[in-house]
Design a protein around this ligand. Structure first.
Ligand code: EPZ
Length: 420
């Protein structure tokens, strides 16, 4: 079992290129099912969640292969309709496969996707979407069975902004009969990239990134190649690592325009940044101001996925900071681990109060993806050595966090304790 070792105290500096976006690739892999041929996703991150989705597509009959970071998906014979619970239970985002499987086979079955450490993760909005397109749904204790002769275009007004449910609706509408109008959609960049990908395959989608998206159902699609954009959350994570150590870094391929709210907070803390010929230059030397209040919101608000990484930075900034988590019910799990390092944190329901202090290295345990990355950030700022367990959680979204941070002069390495 691997552990991450960090010797804290180095001021991060240097240049880095960020991996492709996990939350862009996963819906595009589901979208590839809509075409009985080959699609190519270029510059894909080699992370566990992508390998999980690849395994599911293969189980459905697809052929997949890699050429370096380019992922080839041949869905010619991907006519399976059953996603076993062993798959859906370990990656809940597999729920967005229901729409594409239904569009191909008129029926689909999936093991109930579990909740996870950060929240209950209900799927009611996904089922609402499928019903709106005319699907019959049978919910049993361990599985969901869905059937529909032909998906029909419809009007959907989402009761709340949901990235996955918006993706589900777009994937259902693409090959459905007639027109679909979606209102109160999620506006995340991942929605825009999914629509770009589907339009490149021949879909007719307008309004991606806006409140309202209109889709004209088409009969057939073709294959395409899509360059995956840099991961905005990994970019934000590394900016937090530099901020926690008051470092100065250059991100060669940062996704301009996808991090504006985060960068506003970075500047409020005393950080400086500028965009220069596609690169993001960030100087955290002046970071000294606490954040009196911040809340996570659907895009373009402050992203929930950067809440834990920012929390780790704020434990090192003098003064009182407050964060309210509005998206998930249980995203302060790392506070007990940070407290072990000497952080002064009070959790009150969906809010956390942080009083900046010095941190000292110690043994830490990651229990979920972004919390794990936040523990690495705190360890980089702490005095002395930290050891972080729970590396598989971090590998779900970060291709090689140790390699990346070593490029920025962090003293960090992975140790496989079984081999010791
Ligand atoms: C996506 O999850 C991302 N995952 C998450 O990133 C991200 O945190 C989240 O969007 C919010 O931005 C992927 O893209 C693979 P939602 P998703 O549906 O689609 C509630 C990471 O670390 N809801 O936008 O599952 C839900 O409980 C991950 O990379 C319902 O009530 O999130 C939450 O409160 C973590 N019913 C809110 O909506 C539903 O049917 C937003 O969730 C679906 C969601």
């Amino acid at each position: 079992m691997d552990e991450i070792h960090v010797i804290g105290g180095n001021c991060l500096h240097g240049n880095i290129t960020v991996q492709g976006s996990k939350n862009t690739v996963l819906p595009l892999m589901a979208g590839a099912l809509l075409y009985r041929g080959i699609n190519v996703l270029k510059a894909c991150p080699r992370i566990t969640d992508v390998f999980y989705m690849e395994e599911i597509l293969r189980a459905l009959g697809a052929e997949t292969w890699w050429e370096d970071h380019d992922l080839y998906l041949d869905c010619t014979h991907a006519d399976g309709s059953h996603v076993p619970e062993i798959y859906s239970g370990r990656m809940r985002s597999s729920i967005i496969l229901l729409g594409p499987i239904l569009a191909r086979n008129q029926q689909a079955e999936i093991g109930y996707p579990g909740g996870c450490v950060i929240g209950k993760r209900p799927v009611d909005l996904h089922l609402y979407v499928l019903r709106r397109f005319g699907a019959e749904i049978k919910e049993e204790e361990k599985k969901i069975t869905v059937s529909c002769k032909k998906l029909c275009g419809t009007e959907i007004v989402f009761s709340k902004r949901s990235v996955g449910a918006t993706e589900q609706a777009i994937l259902c509408a693409t090959l459905s009969k007639g027109t679909t109008t979606l209102r109160n959609c999620a506006r995340e960049p991942e929605i825009v990239w999914l629509c770009r990908f589907l339009n490149a395959m021949g879909a007719k989608i307008e309004g991606a990134g806006e409140d309202c998206i209109c889709i004209e159902g088409t009969e057939k699609l073709c294959g395409t190649k899509m360059q995956i954009p840099a991961d905005r959350i990994v970019t934000g994570t590394y900016l937090c690592a530099a901020a926690a150590t008051r470092g100065h870094i250059v991100i060669e391929n940062a996704p301009e325009g996808e991090l504006d709210t985060f960068l506003q907070v970075y500047r409020k803390m005393g950080g400086q940044y500028e965009w220069k010929s596609g690169k993001l230059i960030a100087n955290g030397a002046g970071i000294q101001f606490s954040v009196p209040f911040l809340e996570t919101e659907a895009y373009p608000g402050f992203p929930t996925d950067l809440q834990s990484p920012l929390l780790a930075v704020l434990t090192t900034v003098p003064g009182i900071s407050r964060i309210r988590e509005n998206i998930f019910e249980n995203r302060f799990k790392i506070c007990s681990e940070l407290t072990k390092m000497g952080a002064h944190i009070e959790v009150r329901g969906s809010e956390v109060k942080i009083c900046g202090s010095r941190l000292k290295g110690c043994r830490l345990r990651a229990e979920e993806l972004r919390g794990g990355a936040a523990l690495v950030i705190a360890a980089l700022a702490a005095d002395g050595e930290s050891v972080i367990e729970g590396v598989p959680f971090i590998r779900r979204g970060y291709e090689d966090i140790c390699r990346d941070l070593r490029y920025l002069q962090a003293e960090i390495y992975m140790e496989d304790i079984l081999s010791v």
